[in-house]
Design a protein around this ligand. Structure first.
Ligand SMILES: Nc1ncnc2c1ncn2[C@@H]1O[C@H](COP(=O)(O)OP(=O)(O)OP(=O)(O)O)[C@@H](O)[C@H]1O
Length: 245
């Protein structure tokens, strides 16, 4: 789904490189979390993948496509939900269809079904300001899904939520994950969340990438946060992040 080969990038092409010859592969259907210290370059990596930034050197391929613009080829959910406050929930959700000039009315049965799976049916005509943080994140996520793209880049989607709402979102996302059949790259600072949701974890630190596979069984449940494998892995990742390697 995604291949990054020898990627080098610095802002303005002259400051200290954020990435130097970084390589990574993501398979179709994988859930991969990106972790790392603040300022390590996680959001910058997303902007390189989605085509908002271009690498100084190296290659980024989405579905084997080496050439041409990557803009619009992935579903991107930035750190802030960026819902349009003057549009209702439904009007926000159909925004990608409008941009892609698709007839969203024809898709309405599918959209209704997704609204229901995202527990948003009752709020179709509400405005974002009337909703809770968890609901707003689900709308932003559904809007990203409505792009119809196979690769979704989610930049800290649950970062601003309190721990209880976050746990509910994990439960909901784990339940939905089997049906989505999408490839997800997920930035987070929460190591427990990264391990619970992911197949693999990439730690970005000092321009390098360290990869760890998560061996928790699927389907997953939020109860697995108490499993010894998760606790051990969390300790290992904490060491990797905080100590010189
Ligand atoms: N537009 C820009 N121009 C110059 N430098 C930038 C720009 N955007 C980000 N940076 C710098 O690039 C580095 C990486 O930033 P980035 O936002 O990718 O980090 P991050 O790992 O996502 O951080 P956080 O976890 O705090 O969100 C930082 O040092 C940041 O100051």
């Amino acid at each position: 789904m995604l291949r990054i080969k020898n990627l080098s990038f610095s802002f303005n092409g002259k400051s200290k490189p954020i990435f130097y010859q970084l390589s990574m592969d993501v398979k179709a259907g994988e859930f991969v979390s990106i972790i790392g210290p603040s300022g390590a370059g996680k959001s910058t990596l997303f902007k390189l993948i989605n085509g908002l930034l271009e690498p100084d050197e190296g290659e980024i391929q989405i579905k084997g496509n080496k050439s041409g613009s990557r803009l619009g080829s992935v579903g991107y959910m930035p750190q802030k939900d960026l819902l349009l406050p003057w549009r209702t929930v439904l009007e926000n959700v159909i925004l990608p269809c409008e941009i892609l000039k698709e007839d969203w009315r024809k898709k309405m049965p599918v959209i209704q079904e997704w609204l229901s799976r995202f527990d948003l049916s009752q709020y179709e005509n509400a405005y974002p300001d009337e909703l809770s943080g968890g609901m707003r994140q689900r709308i932003a996520f559904l809007r990203t899904l409505m792009t119809g793209r196979d690769l979704l880049l989610l930049d800290e989607p649950f970062g601003a939520l309190d721990s209880m709402t976050k746990r509910n979102m994990h439960r909901w996302l784990l339940g939905l994950w089997g049906e989505l059949k999408k490839t997800v790259l997920f930035i987070t600072h929460d190591l427990e969340e990264a391990i619970l949701l992911s197949d693999r974890i990439f730690l970005i630190k000092d321009g390098r990438v360290y990869e760890r596979k998560v061996h928790l069984a699927r389907p997953r449940s939020t109860e697995q946060i108490y499993h010894s494998e998760l606790i051990e892995m969390r300790k290992e990742l904490e060491k990797l992040i905080h100590h010189d390697n």
